[in-house]
Design a protein around this ligand. Structure first.
Ligand SMILES: [Zn+2]
Length: 157
């Protein structure tokens, strides 16, 4: 007989779902990805009040709560503002292959932008990563119109 303080093992019920879905990227992400795909440019939007350039672009400045305005090219060079080395292996969704580890992930402030984007860094060695390191976006030759069009950020001097 089971005592009151013993935990009962929970049942696991496997459910296999096959889901196909699409979601709208919205006006700003659509233009951001389309521009990167077609011209290889990384674009941001400028706040009409504070003048900050936001990347990824968004329709409203989170600081001023006003609509953003002009589109401006940024990067492709930038500065690492934060980073981590990742040791957990996983299947890279863009290639279908295991990503070698460790690899770096960082918040990159592209030249001309106020905000940062999170992306993969070429450098994964934590001894070689540092805040302030200069990097440059490496784009796919055949781009598809998504964030994977930036393969990674390579280290530059
Ligand atoms: Zn603003």
């Amino acid at each position: 007989m089971k005592k009151d303080n013993q935990l009962e093992e929970l049942l696991r019920i496997p459910v296999h779902m096959k889901l196909h879905y699409r979601f709208p990227a919205g006006t700003h992400y659509t233009r951001f990805f389309r521009e990167m795909k077609d011209s290889g440019k990384i674009m941001g939007v400028k706040c009409t009040q504070c003048g900050r350039v936001l990347v990824p672009p968004r329709p409203v400045c989170g600081e001023c709560f006003v609509k953003t305005g002009d589109w401006v090219p940024v990067g492709p060079k930038g500065t690492v503002k934060a980073y981590t080395s990742i040791y957990i292996k996983f299947i890279d969704g863009s290639t279908g292959k295991p990503r070698p580890s460790p690899y770096g992930s960082g918040l990159i402030q592209l030249d001309g932008a106020f905000s940062t984007i999170n992306h993969i860094l070429e450098e994964g060695d934590p001894e070689k990563l540092y805040i302030g390191m200069r990097v440059e976006a490496v784009l796919k030759e055949k781009r598809e119109g998504n964030i994977g069009d930036i393969l990674f950020f390579k280290t530059i001097t």
